[in-house]
Design a protein around this ligand. Structure first.
Ligand SMILES: Cc1cc2nc3c(=O)[nH]c(=O)nc-3n(C[C@H](O)[C@H](O)[C@H](O)COP(=O)(O)OP(=O)(O)OC[C@H]3O[C@@H](n4cnc5c(N)ncnc54)[C@H](O)[C@@H]3O)c2cc1C
Length: 366
């Protein structure tokens, strides 16, 4: 082992997963992070506060997507045997009102099956509406259980966590010669990258607290993505947008939106104009069709009228590198080696174990 002391920057899902895997593989690490995960999502740039989190690759670009997904799925599957990790599996439906081709990742999903109009039990907005699509068994890392479990495991295997915001100037003075960069959006300002390539994809979510959902509905045993068609719900680029539903141990999460944003010259966030009127939930505006489609599906499928329940809304920023995609590579910096692991878009949980295994390979191979 060339480097036996390693520092990981960032305490989100990727920092913790890399830290745990390196510790388990015999390396000594410490992790420095500005903030740690908490149950309240109050910082749209700290993405690990927002995922639902399904193990399914969306809004991400990398030529080795299926390889990373396969490795991640193996690791998450193994965690099904560890109930305290919060990893579980349920049926996930991807439903379309207009016929669609199955995605490239279809072959990677467990028990993948197509369905056509007339199949019983498929979530839909209204009775009799023609829908088609596919369903499979999705792995699901229940974030409020999984993130504290991951942290605990990292500490148990000897990892150390230091709460501190590192500056670009301080990086050269760190005693470790190997740095694993998992700072997500924090990378901007810390390390060199192509500023023109950096984008944020704003994603809205509606949150319904579990305690506010009548007991008999709380754990319906499925989740969905549902695309009604661009005439009903579209992204600002005009393409049909999907909505989603995930039941978690603390809440139901209803999404989604994909609104591209970038930093302007003065550092202000510039957003694409929204495609729809916003409806205000709590203090946050969300696209009206995102709320209405989910409301109608849940009523039609479960018989529950969510409009009668208290709810809140929020948004987070998926961090993408538009042209270059996920950055998973090592680069020298003075006498140090930096292994970058960021730009996971909407799939940072999904790819976390696959990326950590790649980081371990880079560490081992020097
Ligand atoms: C609305 C929404 C829904 C999503 N749903 C899913 C999903 O279902 N499945 C999925 O796989 N993915 C999903 N994602 C994407 C996923 O949340 C992210 O890809 C993932 O959380 C990224 O994790 P990370 O650890 O790389 O970065 P982050 O979670 O952003 O963590 C970065 C860490 O670096 C620290 N840091 C930053 N700067 C510094 C500094 N200067 N010094 C020290 N520390 C620093 C921060 O404090 C933080 O701890 C979703 C994202 C959003 C926004």
């Amino acid at each position: 082992m060339g480097h036996n002391k390693i520092v990981i920057l960032g305490g989100g899902i990727n920092g913790l997963t890399c830290g745990l895997l390196l510790q388990q593989s015999g390396y000594t690490t410490r992790l420095i992070t500005a903030r740690e995960w908490q149950p309240v999502a109050d910082d749209p740039g700290f993405t690990s506060l927002y995922p639902a989190s399904s193990i399914k690759p969306v809004t991400v670009k990398t030529p080795i997507l299926n390889e990373l997904l396969r490795v991640s799925q193996e690791r998450f599957s193994a965690l099904l045997q560890v109930p305290e990790s919060g990893v579980r599996q349920h049926v996930h439906y991807e439903v379309h009102e207009h016929p669609e081709e199955a995605p490239d990742y279809a072959n990677e999903m467990k028990n993948f099956r197509l369905f056509s109009n007339g199949t019983a039990g498929i979530p839909k907005r209204r009775p009799g509406l023609p829908v088609s699509g596919w369903y499979y068994d999705v792995l699901f890392a229940d974030t409020p259980v999984y993130m504290p479990w991951l942290r605990e495991m990292y500490l148990k295997t000897g990892g150390q966590i230091l709460l501190k915001t590192v500056t670009a100037e301080e990086i050269c003075g760190l005693p470790e010669t190997l740095i694993v960069n998992c700072t997500g959006t924090g990378t901007i300002g810390l390390f060199e990258d192509d500023a023109n390539d950096v984008r944020f994809v704003k994603g809205h979510q509606i949150i319904i607290g579990l305690k506010d959902i009548p007991e008999e509905y709380r754990y319906p045993g499925f989740s969905y993505n549902y695309t009604a068609g661009s005439e009903i719900y579209r992204n600002p680029d005009g393409h049909a947008a999907d909505v989603y539903f995930y039941p978690r141990s603390d809440c139901w999460i209803l999404g989604a939106s994909r609104q591209e944003c970038r930093f302007g010259n003065n550092g202000q966030m510039i957003e694409e104009p929204a495609a729809h009127t916003m409806t205000v939930i709590g203090a946050t505006g969300v696209p009206q069709p995102m709320y209405e489609i989910n409301r109608d599906i849940l009523y039609e499928t479960l018989g529950l009228d969510i409009s009668a329940l208290p709810m809140d809304a929020r948004f987070g920023y998926r961090f993408i590198r538009k042209k270059n995609g996920l950055r998973l590579e090592s680069a020298p910096m003075g006498d140090k080696m930096i292994i970058h692991n960021y730009g996971h878009g909407g799939a940072g949980v999904t790819l976390s174990w696959g990326c950590a295994v790649k980081v371990l390979e880079m560490v081992t191979n020097g």
